[in-house]
Design a protein around this ligand. Structure first.
Ligand code: SF4
Ligand code: SF4
Ligand code: SF4
Length: 347
């Protein structure tokens, strides 16, 4: 891959595309990567709270000061009483608002099987705790142990900028602050960014954010400073399970494909790659420099099933409109010429 002709890009002889392969099946949710990123990049903490009724993911989301974020996706196994309660409410024509309602793809499974929730926002851990399971007498708060006991399993995914092949943020930036590095990663030059925020809606993954104090855009640099010195990015270095693998892009894709085949052979049929190895028409943002192995639908991890930047989506329309305008202008010139030519002959 080489930088698109419209991109501001750094070229260096011998540099190759580098990226991340994140295997969510071996992530243990320790958040060491998140901490290492903050430490290396001197980023402040930006809130750390248990948001009651939502998720144990206490750091929330990617942001201007959180360039790597480990998402927790809790899958619940509702109690027999909750299943019975939900079934009877649905049978009575009710539904909705039932705590820990066992659902599958947003629908009640109705088979008494193990339920799941679609997003952390669907969780109601307070209701779980209030249901009495394992609650410590007089504690008055959410009983973590009790709620965890009702969980089917946790999914973890360390999310980050995808360093897209077609990077909407880069296309949208009017100041040239966002550039393509010699490693084919996408880098925001903080001293050039003027804080206009055009890049924010242009990222299909909701990655870029503006600093609350100085207003400049911030996101993962793929540790450009460390790469220039031949070092591994801080997050990948800190990961104790090698869930985050860093390396030459093509090698990572080979490793990832082998891993998917291995998981399939072990009966995990749902394993697939998100952002790599797709046919051209199915590629997310032209292919992702930071791609993932997932075992659930992407939406369950807060990732879009389709991803193209608004600018690229509008490009064919804009091109057609531009061609139309050009043809109209050419037609007008020809008509003027013909008319004036005729007029000249009459005289
Ligand atoms: S469009 Fe979003 S995910 Fe892609 S490189 Fe830009 S910030 Fe990263
Ligand atoms: S590559 Fe560097 S900047 Fe990006 S998430 Fe990892 S530690 Fe943070
Ligand atoms: S990616 Fe690695 S370091 Fe980050 S939370 Fe998962 S296991 Fe921990």
């Amino acid at each position: 891959m080489s930088a698109a002709p419209t991109e501001i890009a750094i070229h260096r002889e011998g540099a190759e595309r580098m990226g991340f392969f994140t295997d969510t099946t071996v992530c243990i949710g320790c958040k060491a990567c998140e901490v290492a990123c903050k430490q290396w990049n001197d980023l402040p903490a930006d809130g750390s709270v248990f948001r009651k009724g939502m998720s144990y993911d206490h750091t929330g989301s990617l942001g201007a000061a959180t360039w790597r974020h480990v998402r927790f996706v809790e899958r619940l196994a509702p109690s027999a009483a909750e299943r019975e309660d939900a079934a009877s409410r649905l049978a009575a024509g009710g539904g909705g608002g039932v705590p820990s309602l066992p659902v599958d793809g947003g629908r009640w499974t109705g088979d008494g099987g193990r339920g799941t929730v679609d997003s952390p926002g669907d969780l109601d851990l307070v209701a779980l705790a209030e249901s009495g399971a394992g609650e410590e007498e007089g504690s008055g708060g959410v009983d973590v142990a009790g709620a965890v006991a009702q969980m089917d399993r946790w999914l973890f995914m360390s999310d980050v900028c995808k360093h897209c092949t077609n990077a909407g943020c880069l296309d949208a930036c009017p100041t040239g602050a966002i550039i393509r590095t010699e490693f084919q990663t996408v880098f925001i030059q903080p001293d050039v960014c003027n804080g206009c925020g055009y890049c924010i809606p242009s990222c299909p993954f909701g990655v870029v954010d503006r600093d609350k104090i100085d207003g400049r855009a911030g996101k993962c640099t793929l540790c450009y400073d460390r790469l220039q010195d031949g070092l591994e990015p801080a997050c990948a270095k800190a990961c104790p399970t090698d869930s985050i693998l860093f390396g030459p892009y093509d090698e990572l894709v080979d490793i990832a494909r082998r891993r998917v085949a291995e998981l399939h052979a072990r009966g995990i049929d749902g394993a697939y790659l998100y952002g790599a190895g797709d046919e051209p028409q199915d590629q997310l943002a032209g292919g992702l420099g930071a791609f993932f192995l997932l075992t659930e639908a992407p939406e369950r991890f807060g990732l879009p099933a389709q991803a193209e930047s608004p600018i690229q989506e509008n490009a064919p329309v804009a091109t057609a409109a531009g061609l139309g305008a050009a043809l109209a202008a050419a037609g007008a010139v020809v008509a003027t010429f013909v008319l004036s030519h005729r007029g000249g002959r009459r005289r």
